[in-house]
Design a binder for this molecule. Sequence first.
Ligand SMILES: Cc1cc2nc3c(=O)[nH]c(=O)nc-3n(C[C@H](O)[C@H](O)[C@H](O)COP(=O)(O)OP(=O)(O)OC[C@H]3O[C@@H](n4cnc5c(N)ncnc54)[C@H](O)[C@@H]3O)c2cc1C
Length: 414
Amino acid sequence: MFTITRRELNMTSTDIEKAEALRKEVRAWLDENLPEKWGTPEYVAPERLSPEAQELGTSFQKRLYDAGYTGFNVAKEYGGVERPAWETAIIREELARRGTPPGPTSIGPLMVIGTLLAWGSEEQKKRFIPKILSGEEAWCEGFSEPNAGSDLANVQTTAVRDGDEWVVNGQKCWTSAWRFAHWSLLVTKTDPNAPRHRNLSYFIFPTDTPGFSRGPLKQMSGESEFGEMFFDDMRIPHENMIGEEGRGWYVAMSTLQSERGGGVGGGAGMMGLGIRSLGGVNNLIELARNTKRYGKSFWDDKNFRHRIVQFAIENEATRNSGTRMAIAMRKRTATGNEVSIRKNSQAERRKAQGDMVMEIIGAYSQLMRGDPRAVDNGTQVYNMLRARGATIEMGTSEINRNIIAERILGLPRD
Ligand SMILES: Cc1cc2nc3c(=O)[nH]c(=O)nc-3n(C[C@H](O)[C@H](O)[C@H](O)COP(=O)(O)OP(=O)(O)OC[C@H]3O[C@@H](n4cnc5c(N)ncnc54)[C@H](O)[C@@H]3O)c2cc1C
């Protein structure tokens, strides 16, 4: 049940032995390279989003890259690792099965690579993509503003041309991975008189540029995964514009499609989704089996078991769509607006899982990390709270439903 099928991956029977050898190789590599006691109750993870967590995630990404276990779907000339689909599926499956140290390096593979492949110059692709894949350079995404979230076209941050440079003023907010990012994407208004969608330009800039500052924003999960960015006469050379002047809206749409589709080049990308979602089902089953109310475990309750089964069925449907989309991306057939289907079903699954977990743990859902009685040291509660964010980031569920309704189903706008 855990394994992506041969048919999905177009494998011949002669590949099977090689596949098993690769699976063993990856498992041995993970035993060697994961932190000591990883995956056991004794493992103490560094505080999420701390410098230690960042360091662990970054160094692990570099080792993955050096081993050839990440960087898929990107051409060799841009630092990518070219492998047959079945090999990448096995690697991703094994990485997702064990879980790997997280680090705020995901924006690069999720958004930046896809954007640069579509719009970047040769020089930009060669300069930036390898360092994203190896985890050496972390990125963030400066799109949203206080009055430009769903309505991204309404950005008020301006960039004014001055010779070979652009002078940027304004503010961005809800910027994920803001703290450790070396570079950022940026959407600005460059022509106040041009019509909507034709007035924006898209840039990249290093976060040590004079005139740039950043700070935290506190989330309901208690952390500051996202923050704010401020621009005070910050100068960007013209060569850092991605795409043409006034065409930033279209570049931004590529970024969002890349993000909603799961990006390219990452380690445990879309092919790993099945394992992660089955991990979710296993988590529910384990909690239901081990948690009693009125003397009976949740698992003994037939209705609750049915709900877990229904959850598993919907996860499987999400997994299949994810796999179909990953194969389409690999074949370079456009995925376009369909990525909104994947984005929404994944986000809604996360939320549904969090809600069911809270039902099971009941009053313990009040206890967060650090409290000795918190279930799984608060991870379950954290996951539930963070799942809300998944229905907002990358475009809210409502916005993605609008895209599905109008652009896939062809329903009228009103
Ligand atoms: C965890 C997290 C990480 C994020 N990371 C980043 C990041 O790295 N970079 C970045 O730039 N932004 C980021 N964001 C911001 C995110 O993109 C915006 O929050 C999102 O686009 C919604 O915008 P908003 O918050 O302004 O809500 P609004 O746009 O004000 O929406 C409010 C409500 O109205 C609904 N609504 C709005 N317009 C419509 C419509 N046309 N039809 C139907 N319903 C509508 C929305 O669905 C929502 O329920 C992040 C957000 C979260 C939660």
